[in-house]
Design a protein around this ligand. Structure first.
Ligand code: NDP
Length: 604
């Protein structure tokens, strides 16, 4: 028996794979990093227009509220709901879209659905009594859940839609925040919540000639159903039957909408720079009888805890969600458990993780050969990088789309679309004339926070948040910042940092905020602020952790690793609680339950 027989990892020829990954990555590296993308403004501003809800005129507001939340997506909704439950009903949500929903307001492209199981992804299911109709719900149902939360907790009453914040400033003499918006509003608020989300500003690829194109074009987050026909529910886009369409980008958005485009377009040209890894989805409708059995009191929290434990290597007897996300972790865990106890040292554990990854990616690549009829296309769809280098995708119809007549993969071999002309796109010197270009080119990530949000926060003594974070993000629990009293930043970094189920971070933060605000209200405190010492200690603790779990510079470029450009030392602060997500949720639950709120000053 040879040394490698019966050892799947050795058979993979790890060294050749590593070499191939490196070659493919190097092809894609671009010195400009984030600068390769175009900021959408000025003559391109029409790409940002809201195609879904018409803007209505209203008078500016000039009053005072207890709590203002910037962003009407999951963060604002769950924080609002928890505040209302805690008796703080004077909550105003400001939202640039025409309704609640955030990501799910904007992303209505055909086929949009959650990638993490609905039972853990959709917030406040138990509170609203909603049963997700599918394991991975489609976008309209998630948007409806947002609206349901808004209605149930009366968050519509005080909300301002189609409104963008332009200025927020702490007024020390009044112990409150001054908020100004692009609709002329100028009001004060005792508390401020920020939940603008990580991916909300669409970007365009910086392709030569992009402004010269004379056909129709739009970004996937502003889907033009007037042009395509069909609807967000997935109805056939009948107006595309005589259209030649190019879609630029093959990230998670494209993977979901391409099956619909492939069925509808006369000709579809998919312009690919880097293939996504696309694993099995296995979506299914929810059986109401099964749901009745599982949906007993406290069910969603149990599912959240169970998913997080399975996904991040915590203790769990069973795997309730049991999908590609939890499988990913299970594989790594099993490989580590295969090591003898004395071999369970970091270097060997990293190697075991890498082995599990090689196996998984080989399976994903092999799956393509089993589905895609044309071998050249199949080969070009293979992703040569580690699974977490880019957003892992799961879909059962994407690969088969390339068997549809009239659907063509235009692989650019890592170079990207060469040029856009009046008539279409040019790849490797060949012009593809099209009636419409759809930009599935993603969202700004590595650009400055104040550019994406459209304002900077001005805290005590005039310090801005970007100044405070000049050398890297600094918070207590990822939520509060010293010098920014009564403000809460709702996001995942420096907290649980649970990437596989982002909403879990948000719902938990909502609880923490409501507990603190209710405590202040019941004791007549006017201000809540993380102490300098607590913030310093928290950041120090974060630095003792294993560092970044995603975003390695060895990865193929993408927004996970700042497009392959070293982001500098500030990047070190984009980490989570060193002991992991389960430990963070346990820690913060205990912290808020004691009522002592160690590290936070409450003052009158
Ligand atoms: P991405 O940023 O993931 O993808 C952008 C795409 O555009 C990439 O394929 C990129 O190629 C390509 N591109 C950029 N410039 C060029 C160029 N010059 N020529 C050709 N192609 C180019 O955006 P998405 O909207 O797909 O996804 C963004 C994120 O949104 C996801 O990562 C995920 O977090 C989230 N999402 C979640 C979903 C869910 O949970 N259900 C569904 C959809 C999105 P390259 O890879 O080479 O850079």
């Amino acid at each position: 028996m040879s040394e490698t027989e019966g050892n799947p990892v050795a058979q993979l020829d790890k060294e050749s794979l590593k070499q191939k990954y490196k070659e493919e990555r190097d092809k894609r590296l671009r010195r400009e990093g984030n600068e390769q993308y175009i900021e959408i403004k000025d003559q391109l501003a029409h790409y940002l227009e809201d195609p879904y809800v018409p803007m209505t005129q209203r008078e500016p507001v000039t009053d005072h509220v207890t709590f203002t939340f910037v962003g009407g997506g999951f963060s604002g909704l769950v924080t609002g709901a928890r505040l209302v439950e805690a008796g703080i009903t004077d909550v105003r949500i400001l939202e640039k879209g025409g309704d609640f929903g955030g990501t799910w307001y904007w992303n209505r492209y055909p086929g949009a659905q959650c990638d993490t199981a609905s039972f853990v992804y959709m917030p406040l299911l138990e509170e609203t009594g909603h049963m997700p109709t599918e394991k991975y719900a489609h976008a309209p149902e998630i948007l409806e859940q947002c609206q349901r939360i808004g209605k149930q907790y009366n968050l519509y009453d005080n909300a301002l839609f189609h409104t963008q914040v332009t200025h927020v400033e702490w007024l020390q003499e009044k112990s409150c925040w001054l908020v100004k918006t692009n609709r002329g509003d100028e009001f004060t608020s005792q508390y401020l919540g920020m939940g603008t989300g990580p991916l909300h500003v669409p970007k365009l690829p910086g392709i030569n000639g992009i402004e010269s194109y004379k056909g129709h074009s739009f970004h996937t987050s502003r889907w033009d159903y007037d042009y395509t026909g069909g609807d967000p529910g997935g109805a056939l886009m009948e107006k595309l039957a005589d259209k030649r369409v190019a879609i630029i980008g093959t990230g998670a958005t494209s993977v979901q909408c391409i099956p619909h485009l492939a069925k509808a377009c006369k000709e579809l040209y998919v312009c690919q720079r880097t293939p996504s890894s696309v694993d099995v989805r296995d979506n299914k409708p929810t059986d109401p009888e099964w749901f009745k059995e599982i949906a007993t009191e406290g069910w969603q929290q149990r599912w959240l805890d169970n998913f997080t434990a399975n996904q991040t290597g915590g203790e769990a007897e069973e795997d309730l969600v049991n999908d590609g996300w939890t499988e990913l972790s299970r594989r790594v865990r099993e490989k580590i458990m295969d090591l003898s106890p004395e071999d369970r040292v970091p270097a060997k554990m990293w190697e075991a993780w890498e082995d599990a990854d090689f196996e998984k990616m080989n399976e994903i690549r092999a799956r393509i050969d089993g589905v895609v009829a044309d071998q050249k296309t199949a080969d070009e769809l293979k992703a040569w990088y580690r699974q977490l280098c880019k957003r892992p995708c799961f879909h059962d119809d994407y690969l088969g789309s390339y068997n549809e007549p009239g659907t063509y993969l235009v692989d650019t071999d890592g170079k990207g679309v060469e040029r856009i002309t009046e008539k279409g796109v040019v790849v490797a010197g060949v012009e593809y004339e099209v009636d419409c270009i759809i930009y599935a080119s993603g969202f700004e990530v590595g650009t400055p926070f104040e550019r994406r949000s459209g304002f900077d926060m001005i805290g005590r003594e005039g310090e801005t948040l970007s100044e405070h974070w000049g050398d890297g993000m600094r918070t207590l629990h990822g939520l509060q910042v010293h010098g920014f009293p009564n403000a809460f930043i709702v996001q995942a970094t420096q907290g649980a940092n649970l990437i596989s189920n982002y909403p879990h971070n948000l719902t938990d933060a909502g609880k923490t905020i409501a507990t603190m605000v209710a405590h202040a209200a019941s004791h007549d405190f006017q201000e809540i602020e993380a102490t300098q010492e607590a913030e310093d200690k928290w950041v120090e603790l974060l630095m003792t952790g294993p560092g970044l779990m995603i975003g390695s510079q060895d990865c193929t470029p993408g927004y996970y690793n700042n497009e392959g450009v070293d982001p500098g030392p500030a990047r070190k602060s984009f980490v989570g609680y060193p002991a992991g997500a389960v430990a963070f949720f346990n820690y913060i639950d205990a912290w808020r339950s004691t009522g002592n709120f160690e590290g936070v000053d409450f003052s009158v």
